[in-house]
Design a binder for this molecule. Structure first.
Ligand SMILES: *Cc1c(COP(=O)(O)O)cnc(C)c1O
Length: 394
């Protein structure tokens, strides 16, 4: 019999009832150190007092009004995002995949309105993840996501990662945009080198096409800059944001330049919940904290510490781990042992990590994790790795 909750997830048999900072408490009272943060969502830790305050203050006043009316904290959050990024304008969604939908629509509309209606193709890359909507799975083009789901949304050209010749050859008259994650998340924490991101920007400029960055996972301070592309010193035309911006409350956003968004006039797009007062109250509280230079400096300091400690951990367990990669507090450990076995051993050591493609473990704690918690994380990961080795010997 099918479970009442549709069985589309592989779940661990643990239910958490309370969270505080970097910690989660299970039903049986066991405390787990959370290095997954809801897959880079709980950017400021669980039950962050500033976010609890923002949400409860708003909840007492007004939960929802339609986008038929002005929403002051939606305006304030848009202003904050515009102030701190390349963007001139913002559309709010409830998720990353909805931001992807709009990115695709916007790029096509931009060229339609410019009198180039044949420019509808979007170039994407192997290993990408852009969400589970029809556009998102067509963009990522991985059989794991698309198989069985019928005709794919046309207009995506998926290229191998890092094949410059294939890319040059693919940028023809029907291409509207290049869509890429500055650091692939689901794909296994694979950073795009700054030089390549600069190259993509130059290629888009040369051909008059749009650069769309998916910063759903790597944005909002995760890599030590407010957005990951800032490391390369370039700016996109369109950018998808979600996950960390809500700190656990569902909200996403699509940021764009005035030129890229020129076709998005009244009636061209909409969302019932997008930019809802509760979501924007929390998003604004997150932005106010994460956009502070001192906060980001601290993220970079802790990222250096965590990376150094992870390199030591990997060196101590050469049979279990291969190497560390990533950026800021978005780190991946490529495993030699099966990553699923390491993750199971981590449950035993009461530390939570998240799998990714390429036999990788994702280490993405809340950006507020303390030095002491980083030390505890390494101790627990060390214990788990020892367990994996012991099991292999038996
Ligand atoms: C999670 C993710 C998405 C999809 O976001 P949802 O909120 O799950 O719809 C899209 N792109 C990237 C890079 C992601 O990590």
């Amino acid at each position: 019999m099918i479970p009442s909750v549709m069985p589309t997830y592989n779940r661990a048999p643990i239910a958490f009832t309370k969270g505080e900072g970097a910690w989660l408490t299970a039903e049986d009272g066991t405390r787990y150190l959370d290095l997954g943060a809801g897959i880079a969502v709980n950017s400021l830790g669980h039950a962050n007092p500033a976010l609890v305050q923002a949400l409860t203050d708003q909840a007492k006043e007004l939960w929802h009004v339609s986008n038929l009316y002005d929403i002051p904290n939606q305006q304030a959050l848009a202003d904050a995002l515009v102030e701190h990024t390349f963007a001139d304008t913002v559309f709010f969604t409830n998720s990353g995949t909805e931001a992807c939908e709009l990115a695709v629509k916007m790029a096509r509309k931009h060229f339609h309105d410019k009198g180039e209606p044949d420019r509808t193709d979007i170039i994407t890359f192997a290993g990408a993840f852009h969400g589970r909507s029809s556009a998102g799975i067509a963009a990522a083009a991985s059989p794991k996501l698309t198989e069985g789901f019928g005709p794919l949304l046309p207009g995506f050209v998926n290229l191998p990662w890092g094949d410059h010749e294939a890319l040059e050859a693919a940028v023809g008259d029907t291409v509207a945009a290049i869509l890429v994650e500055p650091v692939q998340g689901e794909g296994g924490i694979v950073p795009l080198p700054d030089q390549c991101l600069k190259g993509l920007r130059a290629l888009c400029d040369d051909h008059g096409i749009l650069l769309i960055l998916d910063e759903v996972q790597c944005g909002m301070g995760r890599t030590g800059r407010l957005f990951a592309h800032e490391w390369a010193g370039i700016a996109p035309d369109i950018m998808m944001v979600a996950k960390g911006i809500g700190g656990g409350f569902p909200i996403g956003a699509l940021l764009a330049t005035e030129a890229a968004a020129s076709g998005m006039t009244a009636g061209t797009h909409g969302s019932t919940y997008g930019g809802n007062p509760l979501a924007c109250a929390v998003g604004l509280a997150v932005m106010n904290i994460v956009s502070e230079p001192a906060f980001l400096e601290e993220v970079n300091r802790k990222a250096g510490l965590l990376r150094q400690r992870l390199e030591g951990l990997v060196a101590a367990h050469p049979d279990v781990f291969s190497h560390v990669r990533g950026s800021g507090l978005m780190l991946g450990i490529v495993c030699k042992a099966a990553n699923a076995d390491v993750i199971n051993a981590c449950y035993g050591a009461h530390v939570l990590v998240v799998p990714a493609a390429g036999n990788t473990l994702r280490i993405m704690p809340s950006l507020t994790i303390s030095d002491d918690e980083i030390s505890q994380a390494i101790e627990r990961l060390d214990q788990a790795a020892g367990e994996v080795t012991a099991n292999a010997a038996n």
